[in-house]
Design a protein around this ligand. Structure first.
Ligand SMILES: NC(=O)c1ccc[n+]([C@@H]2O[C@H](COP(=O)([O-])OP(=O)(O)OC[C@H]3O[C@@H](n4cnc5c(N)ncnc54)[C@H](O)[C@@H]3O)[C@@H](O)[C@H]2O)c1
Length: 256
């Protein structure tokens, strides 16, 4: 019970990595608000996690919408009186060659993947500062470190998340509010399943081969790192990025 009685908000919690983080947090005793644009699924998943007496709440929230984010934070405070942990996980995977990518796609991605982080932190931080504690975990990506063709917007947003994490960690460390990030390699989630549908399954095999461990990661492997960053075990860790990438970033190395 490493997160007993901690109140956590996780965005994009209806599927994939966000859902595994919610599951792991509940297992560790946290009160978890699962937020997602998919109302039906997030309410279903929150209810499923609430068996055995756990306290969860599924809330429809489009992180691309300022009013919706304000509403989410207000619900957390009015229901539970505090926010100990914020996980910025919601994102969309929109690829595209920078020459051909429509500006509307660029703006959509930046709004959901990056400006959302500004929105959630802006609304949550005043409460964390008041209570003199908090852990913010931003889910970035190894794409912030490595080059893949046609993912400039996605990688740009993820790189900016790392810079924001560092900046905020430096400014608010004295207030005992910690900011860290996780950069996953390729993980088996609906996001990658969707890409496999569009690009073919060969992409998943090629992707696995790039990792030193020659496989994709599981969402729970990312979630357990989030548990560490959310818990007191990481009480002196801030401004850090932890790669959960099966050695992807050990490249360059020889591959067939
Ligand atoms: N899967 C990977 O290989 C991988 C690798 C590196 C980083 N990541 C990052 O991990 C995080 C989770 O990825 P995933 O693979 O679990 O994705 P996923 O697509 O499986 O799940 C994302 C969730 O976010 C929700 N969502 C989408 N737009 C939203 C919005 N506007 N508001 C609220 N919720 C919204 C979706 O409904 C979904 O439940 C993302 O930040 C992603 O960029 C994933």
């Amino acid at each position: 019970m490493r997160l007993k009685n901690k109140v956590a908000i996780i965005t994009g919690a209806a599927n994939g990595i966000g859902l595994s983080i919610a599951t792991a947090f509940v297992q560790e005793g946290a009160i978890v608000l699962l937020a997602d644009i998919d109302e039906e699924k997030v309410i279903y998943e929150a209810k499923s996690l609430a068996i055995n007496g756990a306290i969860t709440l599924g809330i429809k929230c489009d992180v691309g919408d300022t009013i919706a984010v304000k509403n989410l934070i207000q619900i957390a405070i009015s229901q539970f009186g505090k926010i100990d942990i914020l996980v910025n996980n919601a994102a969309v995977a929109i690829g595209g060659n920078i020459i051909e990518m429509p500006e509307t796609d660029w703006d959509k991605l930046m709004n959901i993947n990056l400006k959302s982080v500004y929105r959630t932190i802006k609304e949550t931080l005043p409460f964390m500062l008041k209570q003199k504690s908090g852990s913010v975990i931003n889910i970035s990506s190894t794409q912030a470190f490595r080059s893949w063709n046609n993912w400039t917007a996605y990688a740009g947003a993820k790189g900016a998340m790392l810079a924001m994490t560092n900046q905020l960690a430096g400014q608010f460390g004295k207030d005992n509010v910690r900011f860290n990030s996780i950069s996953p390699g390729a993980i088996s989630t609906p996001m990658n399943a969707k890409r496999a549908e569009l690009e073919g399954t060969a992409f998943l095999e090629k992707s696995a081969a790039q990792h030193a461990m020659n496989r994709l990661g599981t969402p729970m492997e990312v979630a357990m790192t989030a548990v560490f960053l959310a818990s007191e075990e990481s009480g002196f860790v801030t401004g850090e990025d932890i790669k959960v990438d099966g050695g992807l970033c050990t490249l360059p190395r020889y591959t067939e």
